[in-house]
Design a protein around this ligand. Structure first.
Ligand code: FES
Length: 84
C-alpha cells in the first residue's frame, strides 16, 4: 500500500485533544490529535455522506451482558452528527 503525505498546517495548530478540518486536493480531511497522536480521516460518513468530522467524540461502550456496560477510550470514538 502506497502512502502519500501532505503538509496541511504547522504541528502547533493541532494541540492535544483538538481537531481541525483541512482541505487536501479538494477533499475535506479531519485531523485529530488524540493524546499526542495525529489521525486523519475523510470528513465523509459512508451512511448518508454527513460531515463525519464535525461529530462528537464519545467513549467506547463495552457490554459483557444484559444491563452491563463499561466505558473505555474516552473521547476516542467519533460519532457522525447526522444520525449518530
Ligand atoms: S450520514 Fe452519518 S450517520 Fe447518517
Amino acid at each position: 500500500m502506497q502512502t502519500t503525505r501532505f503538509v496541511v498546517a504547522p504541528i502547533s495548530d493541532f494541540p492535544s485533544g483538538t481537531r481541525k478540518i483541512v482541505t487536501v486536493n479538494g477533499h475535506e480531511i479531519g485531523v485529530f490529535n488524540v493524546e499526542g497522536t495525529l489521525y486523519a480521516i475523510f470528513n465523509y460518513c459512508p451512511h448518508r455522506a454527513g460531515p463525519l468530522c464535525a461529530g462528537r467524540t464519545r467513549p467506547l461502550v463495552i457490554s459483557s451482558g444484559v444491563y452491563q456496560r463499561e466505558y473505555a477510550r474516552e473521547g476516542q470514538i467519533l460519532k457522525c452528527p447526522w444520525h449518530q
